[in-house]
Design a protein around this ligand. Structure first.
Ligand SMILES: NC(=O)N[C@@H](CC(=O)O)C(=O)O
Ligand SMILES: [Zn+2]
Ligand SMILES: [Zn+2]
Length: 407
């Protein structure tokens, strides 16, 4: 008798099976075609599928002195609402996470306020001595400044001092001074530099929000096993024309040309990770030119809409939003298999809904996709075997835990 049994359709490898998932002590304990007995049963409805909760490896939860933009509480509730069960917290906060003292303060805050599981990071920019003391799950380096204005003056030095995977914002500092509107070359030059140094050091690197055809081409040409990268929904579903019509869509790296977007889609299969780069600002701050877009509560529904249009495979979505992040960032306790945390979501593949930001948990109070009709909706989110979101309602208190990175 399992504590909980989920009955319904789910994908194992590329095949969908109609079966049962047994959950005990917060872990997946059984996949079965034959019925399983459970104290609690969750039976999915027509058009519903069970899939692993998403691991979003690029999330700005702000808090600290920017708690008007987002807090760990509001941001992680938004994550659960969007089917995300683990978030990677970005360190360009105010104050930034660049010292042991601030890191520990942030770890405390997450322990008390996070509704999702989480990975904590350290920003590296000339503070290598501090890095040694930190116990971060991953590191962040900005080659060019973005929100918060911090950037690395010596990428190679900063990259060398990290003892876990480094996520890098690849826009070239010098070229940003020359071309403040950050055309493609600003990203391409930074990606080339990061690839060359990573090739030399043979050290894990994750390239954030790849947005240009040339940049993606360079990464795919090198195809170095220790280099991963992500693409964001806004660089897949929006382009420069949208930004011309709506200045709120200002983001770094900027929205790109149709040609760039088409190239990302043509190579979608080769993209290892989709991440939101959820970067909330208030509407006033956006009117004043703040860069960044909220994305936690639309990320999966946009991908499911693309699936319904035959643009992507369902298995591809599962790989890019949970299986690959767990593998690439070496998360010991996550993965859609027996023995791993029962972070599961039930999605209705056919439910159509309209994006209305007032229904969202994020404090961002707006959405780049406002008014869009999406097809596909998260109905239930379970974190380590417990229902934490159902029918748009958050259930229970914050119970997020820090992930465990393989040593
Ligand atoms: N993407 C953005 O435009 N802004 C991000 C920072 C970043 O990811 O560059 C933010 O923190 O606001
Ligand atoms: Zn960035
Ligand atoms: Zn970011």
């Amino acid at each position: 008798m399992h504590e909980l049994v989920l009955k319904g359709k789910f994908f194992v490898e590329k095949h969908v099976i109609n079966g049962y998932i047994g959950v005990d002590n917060g872990k997946i304990t059984k996949f079965s075609k034959k019925p399983l007995k459970g104290e609690k049963i969750i039976e999915t409805k027509a058009h519903e599928v069970i899939m692993p909760g998403m691991i979003d490896v690029h999330v700005h939860l702000r808090d600290f002195n920017q708690n008007h933009k987002e807090t760990i509480k509001s941001g992680t509730m938004a994550a659960l609402h969007g089917g995300i069960t683990t978030v990677f917290d970005m360190p360009n906060t105010d104050p930034p996470v660049m010292s042991k003292e601030i890191f520990e303060k942030r770890a405390e805050l997450f322990k008390r306020k996070s509704y999702t599981d989480y990975a904590l990071s350290f920003l590296i920019a000339g503070n290598c001595s501090e890095v040694k003391s930190g116990k971060a799950d991953f590191y962040k380096i900005f080659m060019g400044a973005s929100t918060g204005g911090i950037y690395s003056k010596n990428f190679e030095e900063d990259y060398k001092c990290a003892n876990k995977r480094v996520s890098v914002h690849a826009e070239d500092y010098e070229l940003i001074q020359k071309f403040p509107e950050r055309p493609n070359i600003v990203e391409v030059k930074a990606i080339e530099k990061a690839l060359n140094i990573s090739k030399k050091l043979k050290k894990p690197l994750h390239i954030c929000h790849v947005s240009t055809k040339e940049g993606l081409k360079r990464i795919l040409e090198e195809s170095l096993p220790w280099i991963s990268f992500e693409v964001t929904p806004h660089h897949l579903f929006l382009n420069k024309k949208d930004f011309k019509k709506n200045p709120l869509l200002k983001v770094y790296p900027p929205l790109r040309s149709k040609e760039d977007v088409i190239y990302l889609w043509q190579n979608f299969e080769k993209i290892p990770i989709v991440a939101s780069d959820h970067a909330p600002h208030t509407l006033d701050e956006k009117e004043e030119g703040a860069a960044g877009l909220p994305g936690l509560e639309t990320e999966l529904a946009l991908l499911l809409t693309a699936y319904n249009k035959g643009m992507v495979s369902f298995w591809g979505i599962i790989e890019k939003t949970s299986l690959n992040p767990a593998k690439i960032f070496r998360i010991k306790n996550k993965g859609f298999e027996v023995g791993k945390d029962a972070d599961l979501i039930v999605v209705n593949l056919k439910e159509e809904w309209k994006v209305q930001p007032e229904e969202f948990y994020t404090k961002a109070e707006w959405s780049p996709f406002e008014g869009w009709k999406l097809k596909g909706k998260v109905k239930i989110t379970l974190l380590r075997g417990k229902v934490v979101m159902e029918d748009d309602e958050i259930v229970g208190k914050p119970r997020g835990e820090r992930i465990v990175i393989e040593s």
